[in-house]
Design a protein. Structure first.
Length: 115
């Protein structure tokens, strides 16, 4: 099964930026979408952003205008550029990949935004 490995999380002050990356262990076939979800302590896992096989993007209202999702098909990677970070963005961020046959999740990376 394809493995997903996230990187780029960390601690940043409010107003700062971070870039998350998700690398797939092999080439993806029959991709439907890739995306990012996040889960804060005591809360459910929520959608952050997705990008389809055709390049269409979708964002949660709370991150529109601040976050940008992108994908590099040649490198089997996906990124999330996060700008103007707020304390409420603090969460574990998970990479997700959905094909026509299965869905897989990464192990998560912690993002902490201090006020």
């Amino acid at each position: 099964q394809v493995q997903l490995v996230e990187s780029g999380g960390g601690l940043v002050q409010a107003g700062g930026s971070l870039r998350l990356s998700c690398a797939a262990s092999e080439r993806i076939f029959n991709l439907v979408f890739m995306g990012w979800y996040r889960q804060a302590p005591g809360k459910q896992r929520d959608l952050v952003a997705t990008i389809t096989s055709g390049g269409g993007t979708n964002y949660a209202d709370s991150v529109k205008g601040r976050f940008t999702i992108s994908r590099d098909n040649a490198k089997n990677t996906m990124s999330l550029q996060m700008n103007s970070l707020k304390p409420e963005d603090t969460a574990v961020y998970y990479c997700v990949l959905r094909t026509t046959g299965w869905t897989n999740w990464g192990q998560g990376t912690q993002v902490t935004v201090s006020s």
